[in-house]
Design a protein. Structure first.
Length: 271
């Protein structure tokens, strides 16, 4: 199950992160970076790729920082930092400053102090995405660039949405504003926040599926969103859900190994 979780979280994000950082570097080269902040860093996949792919270009005076609302996520990033610095005392990781912060309120990060801000799959999950955009704009220096991502949809999200067939009153995707699931919608949100030269694009992603059972186990017993939606299900409801989920997965991937598809949205705006 650990391998499937890795695929569902880290592996499928690799391509969109690559596209996000490649275009960000074209819009504002990391060689000119004065400060890079990864907002809503999670376990640190984006700041890791910044260092791995562009670390050699980043000036020595550039500030590197990462924040997340969850102390547990920051602990993971700190552990990663320790591992990297222990392995290489000269690693760029030694300059990464971490903090527990709400993406909607970046306390302690000065105005106009960052040339680059990244945010992977986070703003649409907050109570007020516009506050996140406003804070990103506040900490960016003139001509600084924000790069963020969202989800348009995916076959694994479609499978999880089947909870609505068990209990029609359940809204599987409730809390994700529709505008953040549309390329033009995300572009419009950045423009509304006052960013200029805004652009957005879709990036296709794939997940290899080797077995049906462990994949369904992961979705129904390990994903926090699904656990919350099914916490008071009866055994009969759980079995019905699993049966229709299995049928849907087999529809998407009739043979094994198979492939599930999704689409991420990447967007950029300049202050």
């Amino acid at each position: 199950m650990a391998k499937i979780y890795q695929q569902l979280t880290v592996t499928i994000s690799a391509k969109p992160i690559g596209a996000l950082l490649s275009r960000l570097n074209e819009l504002r080269s990391f060689s000119t970076a004065t400060g890079v902040h990864d907002n809503g860093t999670g376990p640190g996949p984006i700041i890791s790729r910044v260092i791995e792919d562009y670390g050699s270009k980043i000036p020595s005076e550039c500030v590197l920082s990462a924040s997340d609302f969850s102390p547990a996520m920051i602990e993971q990033v700190d552990n990663k930092k320790k591992e990297q610095v222990d392995a290489d005392p000269e690693s760029l990781w030694k300059r990464v400053e971490t903090s527990v912060l709400d993406a909607q309120e970046l306390k302690g990060i000065p105005d106009d102090s960052r040339s680059h801000v990244t945010a992977g799959w986070v703003y649409f999950m907050t109570p007020d995405p516009q506050k996140c955009l406003s804070e990103s704009k506040r900490v960016l220096a003139k001509d600084g660039v924000l790069a963020l991502s969202s989800w348009k949809g995916s076959q694994w999200l479609d499978v999880m949405s089947l909870v609505e067939e068990i209990r029609p009153e359940t809204k599987a995707m409730e809390g994700i504003p529709k505008v953040w699931m549309e390329t033009d919608g995300v572009k419009g949100e950045l423009e509304k926040a006052g960013f200029r030269d805004v652009e957005s694009a879709e990036v296709g992603v794939e997940m290899t599926l080797e077995e049906y059972g462990p994949f369904l186990d992961l979705l129904t017993t390990k994903m926090p969103h699904m656990i919350a939606l099914t916490k008071d299900y009866s055994e009969e409801e759980r079995q019905r859900l699993r049966n229709i989920m299995l049928a849907k997965v087999k529809e998407f991937a009739p043979t094994l190994p198979g492939t599930l598809h999704g689409t991420s949205i990447v967007a950029f705006g300049r202050k």
